[in-house]
Design a protein around this ligand. Sequence first.
Ligand SMILES: [Zn+2]
Length: 185
Amino acid sequence: MLVVIVGPMFAGKTTELIRRVERYVIAGKRAIVFKPSIDARYDSSKVAAHNGLKFGAYVVPPDEVGVETIGKLGLDYDVVAVDEVQFFPPRLADVLNELADGRVVIAAGLNLDFRGEPFETTMRAMAFADKVISLTAVCKVCGRPATRTQRLINGAPAPKNSPRILVGGGDSYEARCRRHYVRPA
Ligand SMILES: [Zn+2]
């Protein structure tokens, strides 16, 4: 079974992924969580969950090597979860689809980049999915459900020609609804 959790930033995708993994761990299943090395938000070796439950968090490079690693190591587990799938090449979706024959695979990823364009890997995973969970954030402008991610540079919408993935730097992100999302010019 392949479950894909999608939505903008600040929608709680990682929380939902971990919540689902925890339930399988409580049920006695062997689980592993992969995340791309680009994402330093949670600590690198182990995710310590509530109730003293632990499962491995394996950091892999967001490239073909990382995809191969997930495909190989994933075989030894009942539950394979991958966070931030949009950072990986689209072939990750095919690897997850194969792993999903005989085990539970949970993938979380951003739906759209700051330009409002779909992330290929998330889109491909959604197409293979048995279940898609679409989460919303809260629009920073009006407080209604938000489905989009606005990138801001010094408070203004980032121009279209800025790189798709920025790590660090002076940019920031806000969740926005369809009405308040400003498509970069
Ligand atoms: Zn709004």
